[in-house]
Design a protein around this ligand. Structure first.
Ligand SMILES: Cc1cc2nc3c(=O)[nH]c(=O)nc-3n(C[C@H](O)[C@H](O)[C@H](O)COP(=O)(O)O)c2cc1C
Length: 308
């Protein structure tokens, strides 16, 4: 038997231990209700909610998602039911599942991050918060907080004063100095970081001579970004004293192992699920098989093993 369990928290008074390193990426798995009909949610390393905001949001104008030659550009713009409806309607369903449960939150301003954190502080079934400071698809909030270490610190302070839950901070890949942001959030209470969100992108309809997406710009994900994820994880791991979760272009068990060798303790599966809804489960099985073939008894042995 291969031990696949990994630890995701270090600073917090709560432990967050995943049964395996495969999480599902926020927004690509809805709130898991549909996917629970096709496979066993409890076999996953953990689930992460759709980005949740204080108020419900209708999102951006369509089209909101397009396929490129090697990925997706999305500009959903945070369509979600809002935090109160999430707690009322989704949580009771999540509570039936025995799986680590993470809520992804995004504020329009610093104060809203704190308000969202407070909403979940006394909900024992939520194991951690993923704090999105990096969404490229909204006009306010999101990415601007992840660009500047001072803004990121303000978000951390707002969240940490309202909750003891483990905080995973989801970073932007487009920053002038990733290591500076990593240090800033970890010094202010981040328990783990997700590296990273999507890459700002756009596509043009050459017949209409117009941007395709309703919001013009979106975020690129999928195979196109994997090699950048690997580099960013590697660079982050040089300064991170907290666990790293790799997100971006992880399509296979081999990609997951590569990201873990670059320093990730866990991975998120997003765009791969659009090609094969069973991808997260297949990747878990693939990691087990790879470990068996390579006589690895404990997945933790490979974390950061390629960092030189
Ligand atoms: C349709 C779509 C919706 C997304 N929604 C969110 C979201 O609500 N919050 C968030 O933090 N990231 C969101 N993301 C980013 C993903 O969680 C993930 O970080 C990104 O897609 C990179 O991983 P991938 O290449 O495996 O898809 C979304 C991505 C896609 C494709």
């Amino acid at each position: 038997m291969v031990n696949l369990s990994v630890e995701l928290t270090s600073n917090s008074k709560y432990d967050l231990i995943l049964p395996n390193p495969v999480l599902v990426a926020s927004g690509t798995f809805s709130n898991a209700l549909e996917m629970s009909k096709i496979n066993n949610i409890e076999l996953l390393g953990g689930i992460i909610s759709k980005g949740t905001t204080i108020n419900p949001r209708f999102g951006n104008n369509s089209p909101r998602i397009i396929e490129t030659s090697s990925g997706l550009i999305n500009s959903i713009g945070f369509q979600n039911i809002g935090v109160n409806a999430f707690i009322k309607d989704i949580l009771p369903i999540w509570n039936k599942w025995n799986v680590p449960s993470i809520v992804n939150i995004m504020g329009n301003n610093i104060q809203e991050y704190g308000e969202l954190a407070l909403k979940f502080d006394d909900i024992s079934s939520i194991d951690a918060l993923e704090i999105n400071i990096s969404c490229p698809n909204v006009e306010v909030g999101g990415m601007e907080f992840g660009q500047d270490p001072h803004e990121a610190i303000k978000v951390m302070k707002s969240v940490k004063k309202n909750t003891d839950k483990p905080c995973i901070v989801k970073l932007s890949p487009i920053v002038s100095n990733l290591q500076e942001i990593v240090k800033a959030v970890q010094e202010h209470g981040a328990d783990a970081i997700t590296v990273s969100n999507t890459y700002p992108a756009m596509a043009i309809d050459i017949n209409k001579r117009k941007p395709i997406l309703g919001a013009k710009f979106g975020g690129l994900s999928g195979p196109a970004v994997k090699s950048m994820t690997i580099r960013n994880v590697y660079i982050a791991s040089k300064v991170a004293t907290i666990p790293i979760i790799a997100s971006g272009g992880i399509m296979s068990a081999e990609d997951a192992i590569e990201a873990m060798m670059a320093g990730a303790s866990a991975v998120q599966i997003g765009t791969a699920t659009y090609i094969d809804p069973d991808a997260p489960w297949k990747i878990i099985n693939g990691i087990t098989e790879w470990c068996e073939t390579n006589t690895i008894n404990d997945i933790n042995e490979i974390i950061g093993s390629a960092v030189i």
